[in-house]
Ligand binder design. Structure first.
Ligand code: 5GP
Length: 139
């Protein structure tokens, strides 16, 4: 996988404001925050997309996220926030090393703004799709 800015951060070549670190995970403040406290949580494992991540890294991130959220709530005094995780350029991923954004939402003007173009569910199609997905996720 080509080197990214986050690999350079992990190697200590680029400075960052670390907020959490363990064997598998590093979290640091985003350089272009959408709100004060905007944090990036990354696996130390070098994978571009979430679906490529090992169970070990995924579990470590799952453990770390709520802990970091609790600390951010305490420090920013903002208890509403979004978790954002982009995969692929079309999905707004700019850095191709897995990362979760924690973005505090202090008010309507700051933080993440989300477009949510609601569709309708075709239940026949949904039933087929869900069955196929159950097959794949349980194997
Ligand atoms: P993406 O669009 O890939 O989900 O988000 C990449 C994020 O990485 C952006 O929010 C951007 O501000 C952040 N970022 C890019 N380069 C750096 C850097 O050198 N340091 C830090 N702390 N954040 C970075």
């Amino acid at each position: 996988m080509p080197d990214t800015i986050f690999d350079r951060i992990l190697r200590g070549e680029v400075p960052n404001h670390t907020v959490y670190e363990d064997e598998h995970v590093l979290a640091f403040l985003d350089i272009g925050p959408l709100a004060k406290g905007h944090t990036l949580v990354i696996p130390k494992e070098a994978k571009a997309h979430l679906h490529e991540l090992s169970d070990e890294s995924a579990a470590a991130i799952g453990r770390a996220l709520p802990r970091i959220c609790r600390a951010l709530i305490e420090v920013t005094d903002v208890d509403q926030y979004n978790i954002l995780q982009n995969n692929g350029a079309r999905a707004h991923q700019a850095v191709f090393h897995v990362h979760f954004h924690i973005i505090p939402k202090p008010d309507a003007a700051q933080g993440l703004k989300v477009g949510w173009p609601v569709g309708t569910l075709d239940h026949d199609e949904a039933s087929e799709m869900a069955a196929r997905l159950r097959e794949l996720t349980q194997s």
